[in-house]
Design a protein around this ligand. Structure first.
Ligand code: NI
Length: 275
C-alpha cells in the first residue's frame, strides 16, 4: 500500500466520479470486499451500496464538516446526528436521493490526555490547504508522517485514532443493502453465506446488530490486515471492512434511512483485531 498522499485526481469532475473513485480506492486495499462483491454478482445480484463511512479527527482543518464539503457541494444534505460517548466519537450522516448515504464520524480529541492530544494536533498542524481543500480529500490517504511507536501509543487510548492516524483519509467501509439482494431474504442468510465462504464476522454485540423494531439490522466482516509504511518500516495493521444492512419500513413504502447509535458503536469495532 502506498503510504504517500496521492496526487490530486484532476479527472474527478463530479460526485458520481468521486463515488466511483472511492470504491476503486477502497477495493484496492480491501480485496475481501471485492471478492464478496464478485460472489454476489456471480449469483446474478446487482449490489446496491447503502452507505460509505469516513473517519476523522474533530480538529477544524479536517473535521466532519470539512470532509462533508464535497458531498454537500453536490447536493448531499445532513440528516442524522449521533454520539458514541464510550468511544469519544460523534457522527453525522448525509443523504442525496438515490446515491449512497455518507456517514462521517470524528474523534473528540479534547477528551483525551495531553500527550495524546499533542500527537494528533502536531499531525494536523503540519497540513496545508493543498491537502484540506482537495475535492477528493476523502481518498487523500495519510498526509502525515507516523512511526509505529506513535501508532501504538494512540492505539492504547483509541483504536479508532490509531486507524485514522495510520490509514488517513479513505473509506472505512462500504455497505451492501440487503433489501436489494434478490437471492437472500434476510441478513441472517447473508451472514450464513459469508461464513460458509470463510469470511469472519464481527461478533462484538452479536453478529447482527439491531432488530426489525429498531428498523435496521447490520453486520460486518472483520477488517482485513493491510501493510502500512510507517516512518520506521512496514507493519501489518487492520484495514477496511465490508458491512451489510437490512432496513425496515418506518412507514408504508418508506425504508428507514437513519442509523442506530448502539449498533454503530459495535460496528466501529470491526477494525479492532488486537495486535
Ligand atoms: Ni456503516
Amino acid at each position: 500500500m502506498n503510504n504517500e498522499t496521492k496526487k490530486s485526481k484532476q479527472t474527478i469532475q463530479n460526485i458520481d466520479e468521486l463515488l466511483e473513485a472511492m470504491w476503486l480506492d477502497y477495493t484496492e486495499i480491501n480485496p475481501q470486499a471485492k471478492k464478496i462483491h464478485e460472489l454476489f454478482a456471480s449469483r446474478g445480484e446487482t449490489v446496491v451500496n447503502d452507505h460509505i463511512a469516513l473517519r476523522t479527527f474533530n480538529l477544524p482543518p479536517i473535521n466532519i464538516d470539512v470532509l462533508a464539503r464535497s458531498f454537500v457541494q453536490f447536493g448531499y444534505r445532513q440528516r442524522g446526528n449521533y454520539e458514541f460517548p464510550d468511544k469519544r466519537l460523534v457522527a453525522k450522516h448525509y443523504e442525496a436521493d438515490s446515491r449512497p448515504k455518507v456517514f462521517i464520524s470524528e474523534l473528540q480529541v479534547e477528551k483525551f490526555d495531553n500527550s495524546f492530544q499533542k500527537i494528533v494536533k502536531d499531525m494536523v498542524d503540519a497540513l496545508d490547504n493543498s491537502i484540506t481543500d482537495r475535492f477528493d480529500l476523502c481518498i487523500a490517504h495519510r498526509p502525515w508522517d507516523l512511526s509505529f511507536d506513535t501508532y501504538q501509543k494512540l492505539r492504547k487510548s483509541s483504536e479508532y485514532a490509531a486507524w485514522v492516524a495510520a490509514l488517513g483519509f479513505r473509506p472505512n467501509h462500504f455497505t451492501v443493502l440487503v433489501n436489494a439482494l434478490k437471492t437472500f431474504d434476510t441478513l441472517q442468510a447473508v451472514n450464513d453465506f459469508l461464513e460458509g465462504e470463510g469470511f469472519l464476522l464481527n461478533e462484538a454485540g452479536g453478529k447482527i446488530k439491531g432488530n426489525p423494531a429498531l428498523l435496521l439490522e447490520q453486520s460486518s466482516v472483520l477488517a482485513g490486515n493491510v501493510q502500512v509504511g510507517f516512518s520506521d518500516g512496514l507493519r501489518t495493521v487492520p484495514g477496511c471492512y465490508y458491512e451489510f444492512a437490512q432496513r425496515y419500513e418506518s412507514e408504508p413504502g418508506n425504508l428507514y434511512q437513519g442509523f442506530i447509535a448502539q449498533s454503530a458503536n459495535r460496528i466501529f469495532e470491526s477494525t479492532d483485531r488486537g495486535q
